[in-house]
Design a protein around this ligand. Structure first.
Ligand code: MBD
Ligand code: FE
Length: 269
């Protein structure tokens, strides 16, 4: 069974790569090195890392073209479905009793692109710990650490307590690292939060949020930072606000309002 889309894109990919081989006079040894690299990726458990670093942002840009309201962002290779539901007010992302990092309150509102609040939107959140490591991906971290789901309230608002993640260095000892090293590139992504948003009027939207002024914003190894994806942040040192938040020391207030268009094209595949 074939279909028109597959025929169009796969045949063009084939043509493009054949032309590429001719243009650069790729040798058989170089060709085999390339196929071995893909195999090594899979064997190293890096799954889609190579592609996500080099190409995912371009595909996301295609989905965002012409879109009103919020834009989507790359998912990256470390999303896991089935994160625990959080409750409590405010809710707290699963973390170790001694989780390092500056406490952070991530909050905002979910609306349609025309400003109607979306109640009961599911926010599925995941991010790295203070060492730049993800639970269930890197060893020695409790399952579901810094991964969890919550819902927006009647006004579409949400608030969750977590820690501020640092810039993230992608795994550099595997095949993806070898390629980046050969290109003379660094291995860093700016600090980021990953979020998936689900609501009957939106389907599923994938976002990723960055910190204003953060390191590597202009040199993300995955080239995925977009102005629309930068949080509003403030360091809160006021004692009264710290206590109101139930905290004992300074924290980062990080705000982002999601306003996705209900009719946006990317839910269909
Ligand atoms: C990540 O956390 C990430 O977001 C991307 C794009 C690549 C590697 C690790
Ligand atoms: Fe990430």
């Amino acid at each position: 069974m074939t279909n028109d889309r597959v025929l169009t894109v796969v045949e063009d990919l084939e043509r493009t790569l054949v032309e590429f081989i001719h243009k650069h006079r790729i040798t058989h040894a170089e060709y085999r090195a390339a196929t071995d690299l893909i195999v090594a990726e899979v064997q190293a458990g890096e799954a889609s890392l190579l592609f996500d670093v080099f190409l995912e942002a371009a595909a996301t840009d295609m989905d965002n073209e012409g879109r009103e309201g919020s834009i989507e962002a790359i998912e990256g290779p470390f999303y896991l479905p089935g994160a625990p539901w959080l409750d409590g007010s405010p809710c707290v992302l699963p973390q170790r009793p001694d989780e390092s990092g500056l406490p952070m309150v991530f909050h905002g509102q979910v609306t349609s692109d025309t400003g109607e609040p979306l109640a009961g939107a599911e926010l599925d959140l995941w991010h790295a710990d203070a060492n730049g490591q993800y639970s269930q991906i890197h060893p020695g971290i409790p399952d579901w650490n810094l991964r969890g789901r919550l819902r927006s309230d009647d006004e579409g608002r949400f608030e969750v307590l977590t820690i501020a993640p640092p810039p993230y260095e992608i795994p550099k000892n595997g095949p993806t690292g070898t390629v980046l090293d050969a290109l003379g590139r660094h291995f860093f992504r700016p600090a980021h939060l990953h979020v998936k948003l689900r609501h009957p009027s939106l389907g599923e939207r994938t976002s990723q949020l960055y910190f204003p002024g953060g390191e590597y914003l202009d040199s993300d190894v995955a080239n995925a930072v977009r102005d629309e994806l930068v949080l509003e942040t403030a360091l809160v040192e006021d004692q009264a606000r710290i206590e109101r938040q139930g905290l004992t020391g300074p924290f980062v207030d990080a705000r982002y309002d999601f306003a996705f268009a209900a009719t946006a094209a990317s839910t269909s595949v």
